[in-house]
Ligand binder design. Sequence first.
Ligand SMILES: [Zn+2]
Ligand SMILES: [Zn+2]
Length: 440
Amino acid sequence: MNAGPNESASEPRWVACHECDRLHRVAPLPPGGKALCVRCGAFLYHRVSDTLNRCLALNVTALLLFLLANFYPFISLKLSGRIEKNVLLSGAVALYRNGMVETGLLVFVTSFLFPLLTILGMLYMLLPVRFGYRPWHLGTVHRVVRAVAPWSLLGVFLLGTLIAIVKLLDMATIIPGVSFYAFAALVVVSAAAQTQLDPRALWPNENRMQPAFHRGEGTARSLGLIPCHTCGLLVSDPVGGIPAHARCPRCGTALHRRKANSISRTWALLCAAAVLLIPANVYPVMTVIRFGQGEPNTILSGVVHLIEGGMWPLALIVFFASMVVPILKLIVLSFLLITLHRRSSWRPRDRTLLFRVTEVIGAWSMVDIFLLAVLVALVNLGALATIRPGIGATFFGAVVVTTMFAAHSFDPRLIWDYAAAPNPAPERRRNVPPAEEPST
Ligand SMILES: [Zn+2]
Ligand SMILES: [Zn+2]
């Protein structure tokens, strides 16, 4: 098969690193090769041979697996002759029925709606482009897919389900259904679909949109360019400032030199997360009722129970995902913000790496919420055994969401802006927060 249409384009193209703003000339890569930023090591682009066909095949497979995963029984629980059957959505529905509307909605959105939107959006873009047509509103759909994809948490849901199964094994018989296997395959296929996509193939023959320039040393900003946050297109930065409501000509994302109000927004979200962390750990996340006797569990006491039951590996996973990750995220993001306030030039590459890791591991905190959803749906056998969700889970879900938003609103390019800028006179600049982009 031929390479993607974009790969035949011979004109020089440029790409700005989304984490440090360094400009790079796009070099031809061997199939499977990937380009990293020379300054911060961030992933820039890769070349996947036959990317359109591969992605199309993987997304069609993902859609079929998604349908299979939702129309067949997910997991069944057998205890003292009684059977509780479940479908994939049972967890979200069970939380909703127990009065946990927000948590139920969070589970529904991250394990059903957003994964489905991602697959359908990809098919909507890939199918026409593959046959040489430009689909209607390609830019808008691309923007939606890019926005929801980080919230599509299929892998985390699978981990939560596996922990629930292991946890219930000594209490009852667990029978995974067709849907469970289809779901596990879906996790693998959709991860492959993401890695096999070279987004440049979606915009064939649109290289000419880039402004012409010949100097490539330095950052996009220093060369008078604004990279689109979503599709990466370089747009000329008008001398008089970006006009209000200026949008990327390719995908329609609002243009900013840096993420708008990044520092204050990240601080606000971090403060909210820190406050929410208290009720999330004080109130019970679930109550296990066996033979009519209830026992409320907080996140920490849940971990202690797992240790007492000899399930060390599970206890470690839950402890790491639910206690260590959210607190570490708060500390790391606060540290990064403080270094920005101090206009620090200390190890910008390491600080960028720290941010990258924080952003990636953040979503895994959701494992406790998914574990709860599966347990509440499965263990619903009246007086024999019932698990009810607690209000702590709502607060914990809110912590995960706010810390994820905080990481999204942090702009790592500010680290490099201040590292490169000469230090201002200390007496005038002390405690003055770095100037941010006006939200144009
Ligand atoms: Zn970089
Ligand atoms: Zn764009």
